[in-house]
Design a protein around this ligand. Structure first.
Ligand SMILES: Cc1cc2nc3c(=O)[nH]c(=O)nc-3n(C[C@H](O)[C@H](O)[C@H](O)COP(=O)(O)O)c2cc1C
Length: 208
């Protein structure tokens, strides 16, 4: 697939077809992750790959509890001073799927990055985190180029530590995201997305 076709095809999936994904495709996707730019020149990240229902149930107990607790009906219909926004609609749709979008994906990749505790201050302190997201975006785009799609969940703090402990991740590593990979279910609803207007975003030379 051409690069811009992959960019345009990429979107977050939260429903997957129960269709096998060849592991060779996952390996090509992770090789694309390994080609991402890196701040420390070490490319020292690792990937935990989950496949079975048992592995996913074990890893994502917190995501399951969070998804089950979320009352989408209440959230989407609560009184608001303004009409519900596309972002709020997306949140109300996504929250109940935080576990099923991982469990339903034939593969879940958990990238692991060496990172000290993020401190306030210079943005450059976020370089390990920025590198992680360069890798993750390459994974998303490579999956799109393979005709696949990704779900992504960012673990909350306690969830992060609990998953890390259960999967026996060494202390020096952090988990930026859980990434489900599979064939997107084409019958899943497509929610409205805000389309930025490039003509209003580009400012030549200075702000104005
Ligand atoms: C940094 C980041 C964090 C995200 N966290 C989550 C998440 O925890 N759960 C989820 O369902 N989607 C998550 N998403 C996916 C976004 O909801 C999605 O990218 C956004 O709605 C735009 O849709 P698109 O990816 O289909 O273009 C995250 C995306 C990014 C870039």
């Amino acid at each position: 697939m051409e690069f811009y076709d992959a960019v345009n095809a990429r979107r977050t999936a939260r429903e997957f077809l129960q269709k096998d994904v060849p592991f060779d495709a996952v390996k090509r996707i992770l090789e694309a992750g390994n080609k991402a730019p890196t701040w420390d020149h070490n490319r020292s990240w690792q990937y935990i790959v989950l496949q079975t229902d048992e592995e996913k149930d074990y890893a994502f107990a917190e995501a399951k509890a969070i998804a089950e607790k979320f009352d989408a009906e209440r959230y989407l219909n609560m009184p608001r001073a303004y009409p519900i926004t596309p972002g709020q609609k997306m949140y109300g749709y996504a929250m109940p799927r935080q576990f099923s979008m991982l469990k339903g994906a034939p593969y879940v990749v958990i990238p692991l990055f060496k990172a000290k505790t993020v401190k306030d201050g210079a943005l450059s302190a976020l370089n390990p985190f920025a590198t992680a997201w360069c890798v993750i975006e390459n994974i998303f785009l490579a999956a799109a180029a393979e005709g696949l799609a990704c779900s992504v969940r960012i673990p909350l703090d306690k969830e992060h530590d609990a998953v890390k402990e259960r999967l026996k991740v060494p202390p020096s590593y952090r988990i930026p995201a859980f990434i489900g990979i599979g064939y997107a279910d084409p019958s899943a609803p497509r929610l409205e997305q805000r389309e930025p207007d490039l003509g209003k975003q580009i400012r030549f030379g200075k702000w104005k």
